[in-house]
Design a protein around this ligand. Sequence first.
Ligand code: COA
Ligand code: MG
Length: 275
Amino acid sequence: MREPRSWLFVPADSEKKIAKALESEADAVIFDLEDSVAPSEKARARDILKSLDKSANGPERWVRINPLGSEQLKDDISIFASPTFAGVVLPKAESGADVAELAHRTGNLPIHAIVTETAASLFGLLSYRHAPSLSAMSWGAEDLSAALGAASKYDADGKLSFTYQLARSLSLAGAVAAGVQPVDGVFADFRDEEGLAAEARAAAREGFTGKLAIHPAQVGPINAAFTPTADEIAHARTIVEAFAGSPSAGVLSVNGRMVDRPHLTQAQRVLSRAQ
Ligand code: COA
Ligand code: MG
């Protein structure tokens, strides 16, 4: 299965937004039962999800449940009795043990864990290796800044402060170490398309292969940023063919540049994402 490039959040208590999200070009939609749904609306949101038709077309359907230990959890998990959903998004995960517990409770549905939302979570980012059913990891700054008592997640120049950059890098490395998809966090200013596109391209350069979205307008720029360009595909193909033509070579010259085994790995990754 191809990794989703765009993961679009939708508050699960809004039938209008759900319909819009399912018609969007998002690779995956995340029906949210957590932060975007008021406590008084959570039961209604679960009922809406339970009554969704089971169309096989359109984006993958994921559900973000409330955190482990919350009083909502048991009712949230009851939703997965229906086979409508591709997987479960776990907020405020602190370790691979949290993922293992959820995997056990959901009958091993695929899990996308959001791994930097509490203070303790920053010390657990290597613990996701071998976590059962884990398929993606993403990071979040909003809950982390609230947990840390920060006045803002930005420094005086308007750039993400060191703490959140650290969280982001650790979640990337943690996901790669665990062999699961690294997904970049939300770009909250959904009217700033250029800012989003720049952030998504930067994430793709660093190794993320997808990004969370909160508005349908963010889907197009995100899909574009995580789709290899024709030039990138052609270049990758040249490298793969060069090594195929010289199976015993460790290093080769391609278009006047040195390429060795790490370049081959990178090229193979580009081609597999281009499929
Ligand atoms: N999924 C599907 N449809 C959405 C959407 C989403 N995430 N966000 C907005 N829309 C719809 C709106 O309902 C609106 O539909 P309409 O034209 O039929 O009225 C249209 O897209 C344009 O929306 P817009 O007016 O630009 O935004 P808004 O002010 O209605 O909504 C937010 C802004 C932030 C409240 C909304 O984007 C949202 O709910 N995002 C998801 C929040 C979330 O899930 N957070 C949890 C993870 S951090
Ligand atoms: Mg949150």
